[in-house]
Structure formats: structure tokens, C-alpha cells
Design a binder for this molecule. Structure first.
Ligand code: PBG
Length: 325
């Protein structure tokens, strides 16, 4: 036998030398929930170890992230007041807008991405405006662009529309450019499936739809070419980074996205992925750190350049220790 793959697996130093996938802390983005109110740090019941912070206490988490070497956050807002038009999403003193002012003052070196959507802000929990019982695409675009602009005016470094309305990237790009923000990048949730994996997030953000589901705007998980169509449309509309979401059950889409576009591809390991690992670990049925490392590396191996994960701090630690990366 002259061909022996095991030769290269003999020693740690050699295994690392020939590694095909490299990751570092710079590719991690931490999703974080900011809510109205004061003095609040409350644990999210279905996401042990994850919290909702009021603006005055979010620095506690930002400090930890910064110390761990995580450089970027994705902010989600949870307002006390919700209405049909999601008006707190684009209010000048909305929760995300205030969070950005404060956070940029205290931690100017972190990079702030904001989720642009209406479901956390609407009384009905849908991601857009209702016309009867339908989510109306075109009237929603106006409000999404308004929301994105108000985030950027408050200091957002990048905006990330997650609503899945048609034409939203183009609309946001046009409005940002008209206001002189042509350098602010857009990361679209381009390949976003209607997924059961978002349940803990909706618990965290109190954003479950009051009726029906999101299948008329988020993608059917039987489809993959449709995801490429979404990527190509977003690309035409001027998107900068495309995201695949969820990650673990959609590794094929991360790989296909990488083939389909020269734009950077991000993957979002969503709340349900976090909750599954946590719950199994709490039962003692798996080793949490091993599974966190393995699932993260899988997303990068599939082709992601950036990775959104509630385990960002822990992963940054594992990378620093040299366990992965
Ligand atoms: C808002 C949004 C959702 C998530 C990110 N942005 C929820 C949804 O679409 O219902 C889910 C993130 C997660 O589950 O971690 N539209």
C-alpha cells in the first residue's frame, strides 16, 4: 500500500498544517436582543444563556464580546409598544436607535449590524404591512427603507433586511444612497426559509405571527434553485453580502450560494439550532463544546465566510485555544 491517508493524521501539528478550513474570530457575528425598559437583563426561557438587555445594560454583554475578541454584533429590537405599522421600527427614539447611540459611544470599535424587519414591531407579528389578511409587498418596502435609514442615521455600520419582501434590497439601497450613505453595506437574508428553527427567537422577540405563518414570504424548504434566484436578484439590486438561514439544515445552500455568486456568503446558525444543542447538553446527552465547534466548522467548510451565532463568545474562545480554526 503506497497511499495511506492516515499518514497525515498522525500528529496534531501535521493535522493542523493540512487543514482545509480556517476560521478566526473576525468572521463571527453575535446576534443580540435589546428591549425597551431600564435595568433589565432577563434570560430567554427557550435559550438558556441568552438574554434580553435594556439599553442601559447592554454594555455588560458588549464588554464580554469585546474581551472575547468578537468584533461584530447583529442587533434585534424588542419594543414595549407595537402597532399595525410597526412604527417603533423607524422611530427616531426607537429601541434600536437608542441602543446604537449608547453602544457607539461606549464601544466605538465594535461593528454594528442591525436586523431590518417589522415583525418585532407589528401588533400582528408579520414582517410587513397587512392588506386584509395578506402581507402586502410594495407598501412594506417604504417602511423597511425608512427603518434602514433611521438605523444608519443612528450609527449602524451595516443593515440586514430579513423580511423577504421582493425588491427590498433595491429600495433600501436607493434610499440610503439618496441620503449620502452609499458606503453603508447591505447584508441580505437572501436565502431565508420558512423554518421551525426560529421558534425560540420568536419567544425571545415576542414576534410570533398572531395568525397564519410566514410561508407567503419566506422560502419553502423543498427548494434550492429558488434560493439562487433570490441571491441573483439581491445581487442585481446592489447587495453586498448574502446570507443563508438557518445554517445546519441548509449546508447544501451555503455551498450552492458560494458557487452562484462572488459575493461573500454568511450563514446564520439560528435560535433553534442553539436551543437544540443547549437542551441536549443540559440533559448530558452531548458534549456542548464539541458540537458547537463541529457545527460551526461545518458552515465554514460548506463555504461561509461569516457566521452569525449565539455561541460567538464561546467559539472565539475555542479558536483562541487552538481547538478549531
Ligand atoms: C425577523 C427575524 C427572525 C430571525 C431573524 N430575523 C425571525 C423570523 O423570521 O420569524 C430568526 C433568528 C433566529 O431564529 O435566531 N424576521
Amino acid at each position: 500500500m503506497i497511499k495511506r491517508p492516515r499518514r497525515l493524521r498522525k500528529a496534531e501539528i501535521l493535522r493542523k498544517m493540512v487543514r482545509e478550513t480556517r476560521i478566526d474570530q473576525a468572521s463571527l457575528i453575535y446576534p443580540m436582543f435589546v428591549r425597551d425598559g431600564e435595568g433589565i437583563r432577563e434570560e430567554i426561557p427557550s435559550m438558556t444563556g441568552q438574554y434580553r438587555y435594556s439599553v442601559d445594560r447592554m454594555y455588560e454583554e458588549l464588554e464580554k464580546l469585546s474581551d472575547a475578541g468578537v468584533g461584530a454584533v447583529m442587533l434585534f429590537g424588542i419594543p414595549d409598544y407595537k402597532d399595525e405599522k410597526g412604527s417603533q421600527a423607524y422611530a427616531e427614539d426607537g429601541v434600536i436607535q437608542r441602543a446604537l447611540w449608547e453602544a457607539k459611544k461606549r464601544f466605538p470599535d465594535l461593528y454594528y449590524i442591525t436586523d431590518v424587519c417589522l415583525c418585532e414591531y407589528t401588533s400582528h407579528g408579520h414582517c410587513g404591512m397587512l392588506k386584509g389578511c395578506e402581507v402586502d409587498n410594495d407598501s412594506t418596502l417604504e417602511l423597511l427603507a425608512k427603518t434602514a435609514l433611521s438605523h444608519v442615521q443612528a450609527g449602524a455600520d451595516m443593515v440586514a433586511p430579513s423580511d423577504m419582501m421582493d425588491g427590498r434590497v433595491g429600495k433600501i439601497r436607493t434610499v440610503l444612497d439618496a441620503e449620502g450613505y452609499e458606503d453603508i453595506p447591505i447584508m441580505s437574508y437572501a436565502v431565508k426559509y420558512a423554518s421551525g428553527f426560529y421558534a425560540p427567537f420568536r419567544d425571545a422577540a415576542k414576534s410570533a405571527p398572531a395568525f397564519g405563518d410566514r410561508k407567503s414570504y419566506q422560502m419553502d424548504y423543498h427548494n434550492s434553485r429558488e434560493g439562487i434566484k433570490e441571491i441573483l436578484l439581491d445581487e442585481e439590486e446592489g447587495v453586498d453580502i448574502v446570507m443563508v438561514k438557518p445554517a445546519l439544515a441548509y449546508l447544501d445552500m451555503i455551498a450552492k450560494a458560494k458557487e452562484a455568486t462572488n459575493l461573500p456568503v454568511a450563514a446564520y446558525s439560528v435560535s433553534g439550532e442553539y436551543a437544540m444543542i443547549k437542551a441536549a447538553a443540559e440533559k448530558g446527552w452531548i458534549l456542548e463544546d464539541q458540537i458547537v465547534c463541529e457545527t460551526a466548522v461545518a458552515a465554514f467548510r460548506a463555504g461561509a465566510q461569516s457566521y452569525l451565532t449565539y455561541y460567538a463568545k464561546e467559539l472565539a474562545g475555542y479558536i483562541k485555544e487552538g481547538r478549531i480554526g
